[in-house]
Design a protein around this ligand. Sequence first.
Ligand SMILES: NC(=O)c1ccc[n+]([C@@H]2O[C@H](COP(=O)([O-])OP(=O)(O)OC[C@H]3O[C@@H](n4cnc5c(N)ncnc54)[C@H](O)[C@@H]3O)[C@@H](O)[C@H]2O)c1
Length: 374
Amino acid sequence: MTQNKSFQQGNASTRLMTAQSVVQLLHAVGIKTFMAQLVENLTADFLSWNSFDKSARVANHSSLGVIELMPVANGTDYSFKYVNGHPKNTAVGLPTVMAFGVLANVASGQPRLISELTLATALRTAAMSALVACKLARPNSRVMAIIGNGAQSEFQALAFYWHMGIRHLRLYDIDSRATDKLIDNLQRSQLVPDMTYSRCANTLEAVQGAHIVTTITADKTNATIITADMLSAGMHINAVGGDCPGKTELASEVLLNSTVFVEYEPQTRLEGDLQQMPSDFWVTEFWQVLNGSARGRTSDQEITVFDSVGFALEDYSVLRLIEKQARAHQIGQAIALVPTLVNPKNLFGLLEAVAEQSVEIDSSGLKSRNAQPQ
Ligand SMILES: NC(=O)c1ccc[n+]([C@@H]2O[C@H](COP(=O)([O-])OP(=O)(O)OC[C@H]3O[C@@H](n4cnc5c(N)ncnc54)[C@H](O)[C@@H]3O)[C@@H](O)[C@H]2O)c1
């Protein structure tokens, strides 16, 4: 690319982590180590709760799904995630959930990292679920039911195997091929060698004898996947799939019979299973359990619910881990997302630099004859 006084190539300052780069990173770090470091980051960030500027996410709804923006900031870092939720997407060959995110400097606003977050969302959601379960479920929990065996499910299984000691999965999905895929993936991965599996005919069968129940289904409806008759004393419910207005998984009686924990209450009241309950229905924000200022489980008989909707802070936790490990392993691509200008007031001069690249436009879009790859 031609340089001139306005645009300097080679001073690219944003790291691009594509899906392929993140896979490369996970191979370099090891998924078990990455998950453990993610749990550490989540713990540190939720313990620093009051240092973050928080808000419920901004959601744009359509009849088929939702697209959301999730920002959070502290004194030094700002991050946001773009994420969708379209339960019918898999029928047309797209994931239900797709995401990317940005990490930027608060002091200057400069974006340091732009990263895929589809894979990273599955990892951070699972790590968060396991962290919460470590505090709320009975410590001797070994059997988990997973209702909904789609894209997120393997990651939940891994996190609960490594961090909670889960050794048996009771599985149900309305699509039995999803369950086959889950078992096949976990067995071939060799990451959970002594995990055993029960394929179940329905949710009621799956929750029998389960110490922990993870619901991670995708359907844009007020579903009642778990009803009060399915509860057993001491159960912990990790309710992940109900994360949008009009999209729930638990019958309201389940919440009435449980102690409910949430990430960020203002967001969960709008989006979680909690949306069914009156505004004075009591919930506890998880960070308070983590720092000891609120009680978690109080007896072996108590039923606990984590009404997970996914909070921006969790995306910050995974973005800063990706940044740290990408730097350590020199993975990713430096891109000039933002131009480096010799005179930052001379943005107009950038047009001159681009003109010198002899750009031609054809029917397929913008095509540059002599521009060099970054
Ligand atoms: N809370 C969070 O932080 C968070 C993060 C990521 C995804 N999610 C949510 O988790 C859900 C699952 O995401 P995914 O990426 O795995 O989606 P996916 O479409 O890949 O998988 C969902 C699975 O649920 C199954 N299912 C649908 N209705 C069911 C029912 N009634 N009983 C049993 N199984 C049923 C489908 O057959 C499918 O296999 C979505 O609703 C998504 O929005 C939440």
